[in-house]
Ligand binder design. Structure first.
Ligand SMILES: [Zn+2]
Length: 74
């Protein structure tokens, strides 16, 4: 199963909050807004990213607001 594998996304796609890692140079791009157009990698202009959505990292984060202001862990 590939459930644990990061999703792949391309520049220009609408993405949600999370961390996007350039597959070419490994540069991390953090996105904190919902429905944002993913830009090309600022370092190498690569268009392909691995996607690590915030919702996968923190199961208690469900909305873009939560991602910007994460709820305290209990
Ligand atoms: Zn890059």
């Amino acid at each position: 199963m590939t459930a644990e594998e990061p999703q792949k996304v391309k520049a220009g796609e609408k993405v949600g909050p999370g961390t996007y890692v350039c597959i070419d140079c490994g540069r991390e791009l953090k996105v904190t807004e919902a429905e944002k157009d993913l830009v090309k990698c600022p370092s190498c202009a690569c268009e392909n990213y691995q996607c690590f959505p915030m919702t996968h990292i923190r199961p208690d984060i469900k909305t873009p607001e939560d991602a910007v202001h994460p709820p305290k862990r209990k």
